[in-house]
Design a protein around this ligand. Structure first.
Ligand SMILES: Cc1cc2nc3c(=O)[nH]c(=O)nc-3n(C[C@H](O)[C@H](O)[C@H](O)COP(=O)(O)OP(=O)(O)OC[C@H]3O[C@@H](n4cnc5c(N)ncnc54)[C@H](O)[C@@H]3O)c2cc1C
Length: 335
């Protein structure tokens, strides 16, 4: 029978941070993960460059039924603590937009850093190790293929359901339920929207095109870029707003942010009455997007052939966030 002070199940970002912190406090820590590698989600995070923190990260950025949790956690461990750790490991980073910090080279360096920190305080990490049973008590008793374990403290850090191919399971939720804890319903968040049928066909040709927008759903409103993809819509604005979207509710994208399109059209119409609508739109959008929009929804006539009130009425409705007539049906999918 092997005995340790702390067993952490799950060697992702949370499990490794927990393990290195407990190890630094002098506890004998063992981390178990059923996957073949640790930190697989970290490896794919931030497109392979790990968006490891945000300079402006604060409790208000976290969605939780218990907002006090984020307040207390973030008051004790701020983004600057993590930046100090990254700097100590000489991992080069840069700020992208809106305070988002990414590795210059690769997310692999973040996983390496966490493993080095674990090793420095004597934490043992075992992959390919599934937990067969847990008996909660003093101490906790665990059964793994190699035998039995006891531990004073048990940490479940098995993450969420997203991307089972990376090792994700519902282990933590099932375990919490088995202890009689209330588990709130889960839903996808920070995910792209997939489109199907006609809207997908209509927008498929724009895959790879990005546009600045304000995306709104429910209480959420984000002024960032959106990206058309082969499967639907993605990009920072879409990922953010997905966390506020409920199936059946509209998502509204203002594709003419920070300006009043009706006013801009009226000005353009007065100054350059003969330019085509597509040319006007391409002053803020890519040419391909302007062209596609005109092919699909707006006859590409010179501006002076449009009566001004038509523009004002339809565009104000959209920028006011109420126009859902053309909102394609979308489904959120788990990452
Ligand atoms: C495509 C993508 C991009 C992302 N980009 C970013 C980003 O740039 N910045 C950012 O901050 N976040 C990003 N995230 C989110 C971030 O990766 C996750 O929030 C974070 O990795 C979650 O860490 P975790 O430790 O809670 O869970 P996980 O990383 O899921 O770790 C859980 C671990 O538990 C193991 N496990 C599961 N079940 C068992 C079991 N029964 N027995 C033993 N082990 C088990 C798994 O193998 C896994 O190693 C991204 C996520 C994805 C999917």
């Amino acid at each position: 029978m092997e005995h340790v002070d702390v067993v952490v199940i799950g060697a992702g970002a949370a499990g490794l941070m927990c393990a290195l912190t407990a190890g630094a406090r002098g506890r004998r820590v063992l981390v178990l993960d059923h996957a073949n590698k640790v930190g697989k989600k970290i490896l794919m995070s931030g497109g392979g460059r790990c968006n490891f923190t945000n300079l402006h990260s604060g409790p208000d950025n976290f969605l939780s039924a218990n907002p006090h949790f984020a307040k207390s956690a973030l008051s004790r461990y701020t983004p600057w603590h993590f930046i100090e750790l990254v700097d100590r490991h000489r991992i080069a980073w840069h700020e992208k937009t809106l305070g988002q910090l990414f590795c210059d080279i690769s997310s692999k360096l973040v996983v390496k850093m966490l493993l080095e920190e674990c090793a420095a305080v004597g934490v043992e990490v075992r992959t390919h190790t599934a937990v067969e049973s847990i008996e909660v008590g003093t101490p906790h008793r665990l059964r793994i293929a190699a035998g039995a374990l006891t531990a004073e403290s048990l940490v479940i850090a098995t993450g969420g359901y997203s991307i089972p191919s990376l090792g994700a399971t519902g282990f933590g939720f099932d375990f919490a339920r088995s202890l009689g804890l209330d588990v709130l319903p889960t839903r996808a968040g920070l995910v792209p929207f997939t489109l199907s049928g006609k809207p997908l066909d209509q927008l498929a040709g724009l895959a790879g095109v990005a546009a600045e927008c304000v995306a709104r759903a429910g209480e959420g409103s984000f002024r960032e870029a959106m990206l058309f993809t082969h499967r639907g819509l993605s990009g920072p604005a879409v990922l953010q707003v997905s966390s506020y979207w409920e199936p059946g509710q509209p998502v509204v994208f203002d594709l003419w942010p920070d300006a009043d399109i009706a006013e801009d059209l009226a000005t353009a119409r007065a100054q350059r009455p003969r330019i085509a609508l597509r040319t006007f739109l391409a002053e803020r959008w890519t040419r391909s997007m302007a062209q596609r929009w005109c092919e699909l929804w707006l006859p590409d006539r010179p501006l002076d052939s449009w009566p001004v009130p038509t523009w004002s009425a339809s565009c104000r409705a959209c920028t006011g966030g109420r126009c859902v007539r053309r909102a394609p049906r979308a489904t959120a999918r788990r990452r």
